[in-house]
Design a protein around this ligand. Structure first.
Ligand SMILES: Nc1ncnc2c1ncn2[C@@H]1O[C@H](COP(=O)(O)OP(=O)(O)OP(=O)(O)O)[C@@H](O)[C@H]1O
Length: 518
C-alpha cells in the first residue's frame, strides 16, 4: 500500500513520496522507429506528474509499457520497488496500475454500474448491485465524482463517461493512474472538477501521470514533469524548476513563439455567407437564424462549449448537412444543401473535428489519404501521390516512416497533421477549421497558427471553431459566440471582453435576454 503524504500540499509529497512505479532503461522499437530509447521514469505516491513531449516523442508508448499494453524490448519495469513483467493491462491492474485512454472503453448500452464491474476478474471478487451502488456513492463522495449508477452510458456526456472510467479504476483499487490527454474531451467547467478529483487521489497517496500538451494545465495542477523528445527523456524535475518557456524548449529543442500576429490590412469582400440558417432541434440543439459573413483576409473565431450548434453549422457550411432554412454561398455560388463536392468546388476546405470519422480513412496510407478528396481519386497517379505525401510529411514535420505508412499507426498529433496537410494544402480560398490544434504539441500549435495567419494574410477567409477560448482570442480578428444553436455575441477581437464572452457562452445575449435553449 502506498505511504500517504502528511498533507496535501502541492509538490511536497511528490518529491518525497514512496516510489510506486518506475521504468528503468526501457527501450521499445516499432518497425523503423525507436519509440522509447533507454527511458527512465518514476512515479511517486502523492504526486501528479506531467508526461510531456512533442507528437511522436514516445509518451503513449511509455504509458502503454507501464500499464501492460506493450512489453519493453529491454529494460525493467518496477512496481513498489519490485520488478514486474506485465503480459496484459489486466496484469498491470492486478498490481494497481491503470490507464484511462482518450477513447473510453465503456459499453454504451450498459448502465454505469454494469460498466464498473464489467471485466473485473479479481479472484473471489463479487459485488452485489447494492454493493456497487454503495461503492459508487462512497467513491463519488470521497473524490468528488458525481454519477448515477443506474444511468445508461449512452445518455452520459463525455465528462460523465470519464468519471465512470475513474470510478472503475478506483473500484479496482489502483495506486497508479495514467490519463492520456484527459481534458481534450472536457468542457471548461469539467476540467476544474477533474483536477480537483485528481488532486484528492494524489492526496490519498496515489500517483497520477498526466499525458498532456497543455502547458497551462501542467503549471496549474502538476507537481513534477518529465519531458520526452525523440524517444528519450530530455528533462525531469519538480514543476518549480521549469517555466513554460523551458518546458517548450525541452520538448521541441528550440524556442517556440505563440504570440499572435494580428492582421494589418482591412478585410476584403465577403466570400463565405450564411443567412437565416435554421435546423430543427433533434438530438442536437439545432440552428436558429444564423447570419454570418466572412471576408477575404480575416479569421473569424466561433467560441462556445461543444454541442451548441458549432458542428451543425460547420457541416452545413461544408455541404455535409442540408439546412431546413436559409442559404450558404461560397465565393458567390449558392451551395446550400448541394453536398460537400459542390462546396469544395466553390472553394471551401473543411478540417473536421472528428479526424478519424469524417476526416481520414485510418486503414489507408498517408499518400492515399492525401488524395481522398481530389477529383482524380487516389487510384490515379500513384507516384504523384507519393511525391505529394513526401512533401507534406516534410513540410508538416509528420513523424512517419514514409508516404506508405498507414494512418492508424501514427500518433494522435501526427494524424491531425495529415488532415491539416490535405485540407490546408488544397487550392481553397475559404477554410472552415474545427479545433485545428487539438492533440498537437507546442511546435505543432505554433506551426498551425502561423499557417492560418499566413493564409489569412494572403487573402483566405477562415472560420475557426474551437472550444479553447485562448485559441479563439489569440487567432481571430472577429469573435462570434454560439449557444444552443444561436449566435449570442459578436465582436471585433480588439474589443474582446472576457466577462461578456463568458456570459454569451452560457446563453446570455445582451439586454437582459437569454437565448432560447430548447
Ligand atoms: N503500434 C505502433 N506501430 C508502429 N509504430 C508505432 C506504434 N505506436 C507508436 N508508434 C510510433 O512510435 C513513435 C512514438 O509514438 P507515441 O504514440 O508513443 O508518441 P506520443 O508521444 O504519444 O505522441 P502524440 O502526442 O502525438 O500522441 C511514433 O513515431 C509512432 O509513429
Amino acid at each position: 500500500m502506498a505511504s500517504r503524504p502528511a498533507n496535501g500540499e502541492r509538490g511536497r509529497a511528490g518529491a518525497s513520496g514512496a516510489l510506486l512505479a518506475e521504468a528503468r532503461n526501457v527501450s521499445k522499437a516499432f518497425t523503423g522507429v525507436l519509440a522509447n530509447d533507454r527511458v527512465d521514469f518514476e512515479l511517486r505516491a502523492g504526486e501528479i506528474h506531467a508526461l510531456l513531449g512533442e507528437n511522436g516523442a514516445g509518451k503513449s508508448t511509455l504509458a502503454s509499457i507501464l500499464t501492460g499494453l506493450y512489453s519493453a524490448d529491454s529494460g525493467e519495469i518496477r512496481v513498489a520497488g519490485q520488478p514486474v513483467s506485465f503480459r496484459s493491462p489486466r496484469d498491470a491492474l492486478a498490481r494497481g496500475v491503470g490507464i484511462i485512454h482518450q477513447h473510453f472503453h465503456l459499453v454504451d448500452r450498459f448502465t454505469v454500474a454494469e460498466n464498473i464491474v464489467l471485466g473485473d476478474t479479481r479472484q473471489g471478487f463479487f459485488m452485489s448491485p447494492a454493493g456497487i451502488r454503495r461503492a459508487v456513492a462512497d467513491l463519488g463522495d470521497r473524490y468528488g465524482l458525481e454519477i448515477a449508477p443506474d444511468a445508461t452510458v449512452a445518455e452520459l456526456s463525455l465528462g460523465e463517461r470519464q468519471r465512470v472510467e475513474i470510478v472503475k479504476m478506483l473500484v479496482r483499487e489502483v495506486d497508479v493512474l495514467f490519463l492520456d490527454e484527459p481534458t481534450a474531451v472536457l468542457a471548461p467547467g469539467e476540467v476544474e472538477a477533474l483536477f480537483a478529483t485528481l488532486r484528492r487521489m494524489a492526496d490519498d497517496g496515489k500517483a497520477i501521470a498526466l499525458v498532456t500538451h497543455k502547458l497551462n494545465e501542467v503549471f496549474s495542477i502538476c507537481d513534477r514533469a518529465t519531458v520526452m523528445r525523440g524517444g528519450k527523456v530530455v528533462a525531469a524535475a519538480a514543476i518549480e524548476d521549469f517555466t513554460p518557456e523551458t518546458i517548450a524548449r525541452a520538448m521541441v529543442g528550440r524556442d517556440v513563439d505563440l504570440k499572435p500576429r494580428p492582421s494589418t490590412r482591412a478585410p476584403g469582400a465577403v466570400v463565405l455567407a450564411a443567412s437565416g440558417l435554421g435546423m430543427e432541434a433533434g438530438h442536437h440543439c439545432g440552428l436558429h437564424g444564423i447570419d454570418l459573413e466572412i471576408r477575404a483576409g480575416e479569421i473569424v473565431g466561433i467560441a462556445g462549449v461543444a454541442g451548441n450548434g458549432q458542428l451543425q453549422l460547420a457541416e452545413v457550411l461544408a455541404g455535409l448537412q442540408r439546412p431546413d432554412a436559409g442559404k450558404v454561398t461560397v465565393n458567390g455560388t449558392d451551395v446550400t444543401g448541394k453536398g460537400p463536392h459542390a462546396a469544395r468546388k466553390a472553394g471551401l476546405a473543411y478540417v473536421p473535428e472528428d479526424r478519424l470519422g469524417t476526416g481520414l480513412a485510418s486503414g489507408l496510407s498517408i499518400a492515399d489519404n492525401l488524395m481522398l478528396t481530389s477529383d482524380t481519386g487516389f487510384l490515379f497517379d500513384r507516384s504523384g501521390s507519393r511525391k505529394k505525401a513526401a512533401a507534406a510529411i516534410g513540410e508538416y514535420r509528420v513523424k512517419a516512416s514514409g508516404p506508405e505508412e498507414v494512418v492508424r499507426r501514427l500518433s494522435g498529433g501526427n494524424v491531425q497533421k495529415i488532415l491539416l496537410a490535405r485540407e490546408l494544402g488544397s487550392q481553397a480560398s475559404v477554410f472552415v477549421v474545427a479545433s485545428p490544434a487539438r492533440g498537437l504539441d507546442v511546435a505543432g500549435i505554433e506551426f498551425v497558427r502561423n499557417l492560418l495567419q499566413d493564409y489569412r494574410d494572403r487573402g483566405a477567409a477562415i472560420l475557426l471553431i474551437s472550444e479553447d477560448l485562448d485559441e479563439v482570442r489569440l487567432l481571430s480578428d472577429r469573435i462570434v459566440v454560439m449557444h444552443a444553436g444561436h449566435i449570442t455575441h459578436q465582436c471585433a477581437a480588439v474589443d474582446y471582453d472576457e466577462a461578456a464572452i463568458g456570459l454569451a457562452i452560457s446563453g446570455y445575449s445582451g439586454g437582459g435576454r437569454f437565448a432560447d435553449t430548447r
